[in-house]
Design a protein around this ligand. Sequence first.
Ligand SMILES: [Fe+2]
Length: 313
Amino acid sequence: MLLIVEKSVETTTGMKLAADATWRQAVIRLHDIRYVRLGTRDLESAVRYATAVLGLEVARKEHGAVYFKSDSRDHTLCYFEGDPRDHTSAFEVDTTEELEHAGAVLERSGYQVTAGKREDAEQRYVRDFLSFIDPSGNRIELVHAPHHSGRRYFPSRDAGVTGFSHIGLRTLDARRDEAFWTGLLSARVSDRIGEAPLLRIDEVHHKIALFPSSYPGVQHINHQVESIDDIMRAWYQLKEWNVPIRFGPGRHPTSGAMFLYFDGPDGMIYEYSTGVRLITAEDEKTYRPRSFPAVPSSFCMWGAKPDIPEFKT
Ligand SMILES: [Fe+2]
């Protein structure tokens, strides 16, 4: 439920407490994950990787940045000339009012919110946005009215990509950040592996997963592919191209998705997966998150062992 409290009531202590209690319940409704922006010192190599290896389509190159399509949206990934530790993840909200509400809720909860400037909104191909830093130091943007492309995604290679779907985000304190994402934002816990929560913001089992780490940033970027054939084809193809495989092929017992994780530029891990479980509105009535122990079989039910520090137990 979305509750909007314009200002706290200060006429009596009792009323102020009631108003505070109301805004603490306020929830920012995230509609979907939208894009990731990553800095790089070698834009040319990042572009080569994103097209020739990942199979994404260049939407445009401008102002020292390259935008990539993975589905019919304007773009879902942007590499720009900058610090490779500079990562931003963006989530969509439905209306201008919800964006304003989000800013108010975050500020009242002690987060510094920056309203997006017009030229920055233009560079992101959104109508409006705001940005803030999550409790672990991750830059998050909330965007309203991001552009649709008006045409199909035309892949650079036939990797079977059907779209950008989720990110792994580093957390310095998984319990605290789970409370942040489920409390202020509208995420719900689908499952946990050890301390790491897999969070949904729509029917898809997870759009964000918080992995304990000693520093902030995006830990992995997932694109969905059409079928298990695309996973296995990628496994053989990437090995032939000497792209280091970090995990898989395998199947997550949590989401049921079959997966392959492999190296990207600047230490980023990319993932292809297919067959992710949906938790429908009907399922919501009875669904309870499951806790999987922090052991390799919680990451892969087929027996693959991860070569990814945040997945090691
Ligand atoms: Fe993933």
